[in-house]
Design a protein around this ligand. Structure first.
Ligand SMILES: N[C@@H](CCC(=O)N[C@@H](CS)C(=O)NCC(=O)O)C(=O)O
Length: 225
């Protein structure tokens, strides 16, 4: 029985999984959950994931949420070289994924990008909103410098010279910067790595929606990095 992914093309956490599936030619039925009409809060999807989030993977009665866990599961299932078995190589990849999924996503993703384009993440008070953006900008810049100098450094990818599942997860999160027009000018290694990810064969097919969102969001002068 084919696996099934509940997904949405614009979703930060689904695009990495969709790109992994495309790169590995996996047979996975993909069902779009319409986040724009609130389908994720309806009883049918709530029964599938009470967190009301995509992605959700189903594999022969086994249901899994959390993009990071889904990438690891799929990679192990198909013995992907993007998640090597060596204890320490794997630990580095897990480390990078946790780093992105916690501090980086919280500040850069939620506090800085979403907070400028998605109403539920904006503060009602204009001064408070400006202060929150500035605070998260500073925190994001600190993370970006660590990413630039210490995580990527001279490597081609996050964990060395080979593509790993950390690159899938991380590039999905970084791509949020495209929505508000981030250029990452002070972070040349980040720019280079992100360009490498964007030039991979299945990037465009699985990430086109982020460019669509960026086009829709164009207009206001966003604070950028
Ligand atoms: N921790 C979850 C978060 C997933 C998540 O935030 N999904 C978003 C799309 S990127 C979603 O489904 N949002 C629906 C909503 O907030 O109503 C993961 O890493 O998979």
């Amino acid at each position: 029985m084919a696996m099934k992914l509940y997904t949405h093309p614009v979703s930060t956490m689904c695009r990495p999984v969709m790109m992994f599936i495309a790169d590995h030619n996996l047979s996975v039925d993909q069902q779009v959950v319409d986040l724009f009409t609130g389908e994720q809060y309806g009883p049918a999807f709530t029964a599938i994931n009470p967190n009301n989030f995509v992605p959700v993977l189903e594999d022969d009665g086994f249901r899994l949420t959390e993009a990071s866990a889904i990438l690891k599961y799929l990679a192990d299932k198909v013995n992907s070289p993007t998640y090597p078995k060596d204890l320490r190589e794997r630990a580095r990849i897990n480390e990078a994924m946790d780093w992105f999924n916690t501090g980086f996503y919280r500040t850069f993703g939620y506090g800085f990008c979403y907070a400028q384009v998605l109403d539920p993440y904006k503060l009602a008070d204009a001064t408070g909103q400006q202060q929150a953006i500035e605070l998260n900008k500073k925190a994001a810049e600190r993370f970006l410098k660590i990413l630039n100098d210490h995580i990527i450094g001279s490597h081609r990818f996050l964990c060395g010279d080979k593509l790993t599942i950390a690159d899938y997860l991380a590039s999905g999160i970084l791509s949020l910067g495209d929505v508000i027009g981030c250029r990452f000018a002070g972070y040349p290694n980040v720019q280079r790595w992100y360009q490498t990810m964007r030039s991979l064969p299945n990037w465009q097919a699985t990430n086109a929606a982020i460019d669509g969102w960026a086009a829709m969001a164009r207009g206001p002068a966003y604070v950028t990095v």
